[in-house]
Design a protein. Sequence first.
Lengths: 111, 114
Amino acid sequence: SQQGEEDPQALSIQEGENATMNCSYKTSINNLQWYRQNSGRGLVHLILIRSNEREKHSGRLRVTLDTSKKSSSLLITASRAADTASYFCATDNFGNEKLTFGTGTRLTIIP
Amino acid sequence: DVKVTQSSRYLVKRTGEKVFLECVQDMDHENMFWYRQDPGLGLRLIYFSYDVKMKEKGDIPEGYSVSREKKERFSLILESASTNQTSMYLCASSFMESSYNEQFFGPGTRLTVL
């Protein structure tokens, strides 16, 4: 079953604008991760936020986690054409090496 | 630079053929995973392995088997390929430590079954 569900399914913005994607999940988690996938390629890990953290930054990325609402958001600031990709959230359960991936948000940056 | 490699980027097979997809990682990871990715369905776990010769079924194991004879290599086998197994197949690996279980992915194999 799908643990993470991203919203929106697709997003198009102008270069330089900020992009926000959301992820909702159903069960308790140990951590939540975000991955990027360029067209036709494998996934690349972007950032991990633990269940006891509320916000985390990495370069132009900002991730928030609200465990009471079982949701997370990924913000990409000052978007670039190279940010065009699909973005997936992934969640795990405590003591479980498996991740459950959502269906992804397709982000298009318009130059 | 850490690396997960997959034996083929593109593969075309006929219905009923036996298909082997191979994955190799050079990071000494304990865990290895096989996913398939289909439009609108995201990534679905087929099988994973947490040690040599150990395997566990994922969410959609039917029609697939796996083999892990060496720590660095994890093979996905389609015993008798069918057209509904046309998909993108992704291999990944990670450390056993579950508190930081980032997965590293290979480039994917796009399999077409005719």
